[in-house]
Design a protein around this ligand. Structure first.
Ligand code: ATP
Ligand code: MG
Length: 325
């Protein structure tokens, strides 16, 4: 697979509305996306996800750095670079609110050389697939948020672009609409060979759809890896220690000063920790030894992607080698 999208060292600061102060949104972000890949772009609020996506689709000019799409520079060869991109941004800005659902689809199907009949058939198929058939003649501003989001994705699909950028596609949707959008995106990802970049806070969506994730925090890339790799890497660090007696306050404060630990007291005291290095377990044992606290079990725990994400943005480094115990 060749690199379809190359984001190289992009930086962007915004000027504050009042005064001359600036906010640094991106401080040198680089990553690349291969043809056919489904990439998750993650990060906490304000990390720079939307800025990155808008820079890729040419809506924001970076202060420095470049983005190339299939070898074409988005700033210098704009038309050629953007030919293969559609974007579904926050707020469904790619729809005409005063046109009906069908009119929007007809408008965006545009002039792609297909016959009128082919376009009609494609639109009817999309309406069916997106379960919008009974809303075909409804004005867009009368649709629910979930329906608008589905239509925005349908419009992006109809343009036939090889690359689709989606900024928070499930944000603000109820469980059912969120699930439906996720199914649609899964179909697109699996069956149509398109290249997707999906920014999301919704970790099950990411875990479900994306092969690889780029995690940004404070305008910098803090992880760039396969989802399965990150899960494996962090799974080897997550331990659950069951104790035969409660921890003393001295033990507790040492534990919390040294580790990110959660402590449960159901019938037993159970400590859950993520160890950054294999040998950190000795320090944990050392703390337990202070009061000769009986250890009943030490288990590795399963970890979900949400926990991995939180670890990464809290500074744990995913790319170093972990030492198996
Ligand atoms: N138009 C703007 N003017 C000034 N500052 C901005 C503007 N757009 C974004 N920012 C700032 O840039 C930083 C990155 O914002 P961005 O919207 O890219 O983050 P994000 O990762 O998409 O966040 P969220 O998860 O909340 O959508 C934030 O500090 C934000 O306040
Ligand atoms: Mg955003």
């Amino acid at each position: 697979m060749s690199q379809l999208i190359e984001v190289r060292d992009i930086a962007k600061s915004y000027r504050q509305r009042q005064g001359s102060q600036t906010v640094k949104a991106l401080g040198g972000v680089s990553f690349s996306v291969q043809r056919g890949e489904v990439l998750g772009l993650l990060g906490p609020n304000g990390a720079g996800k939307t800025t990155t996506i808008k820079t890729i689709c040419g809506l924001i000019v970076p202060d420095s750095g470049t983005v190339t799409i299939d070898g074409f520079d988005v700033q210098r060869e704009r038309l050629k670079a953007l030919r293969s991109i559609s974007a579904v941004l926050e707020g469904n800005r790619n729809l005409y609110w005063r046109l009906t659902v069908r009119e929007n689809l007809e408008y965006f199907a545009g002039n792609r050389g297909a016959s009128r009949r082919q376009v009609r058939a494609q639109i009817e198929e999309l309406l069916r697939q997106f379960r919008l058939a009974d809303k075909g003649n409804e004005l867009v501003n009368h649709l629910s948020r979930g329906m608008q989001q589905k239509l925005a994705i349908a419009v992006a699909l109809l343009a036939g672009s090889e690359i689709i950028l989606l900024d928070e596609p499930t944000l603000g949707l109820d469980v059912e609409a969120g699930y439906e959008v996720r199914q649609l995106l899964r179909d697109i990802a699996n069956n149509q060979g398109r290249t997707l970049i999906i920014s999301s806070h919704d970790m099950p969506v990411v875990q479900d759809l994306c092969q690889r994730v780029v995690i940004i925090s404070g305008g910098r890339v803090v992880a760039d890896d396969q989802v399965s790799n990150l899960l494996k890497l962090f799974a080897t660090r997550a331990y659950q220690v069951t104790l035969g007696a409660p921890l003393s306050s001295a033990q507790l404060s040492r534990l919390q000063a040294r580790f990110t630990a959660s402590i449960d007291h159901p019938a037993k005291t159970v400590v859950r920790v993520n160890l950054e290095h294999g040998e950190d377990i000795y320090e944990l044992i050392e703390i337990l030894r202070l009061e000769r606290t009986p250890v009943e079990a030490i288990d590795r725990t399963t970890i979900n992607f949400e926990q991995v994400f939180l670890q990464v943005i809290n500074g744990a480094k995913p790319l170093e080698e972990t030492h198996a115990l």
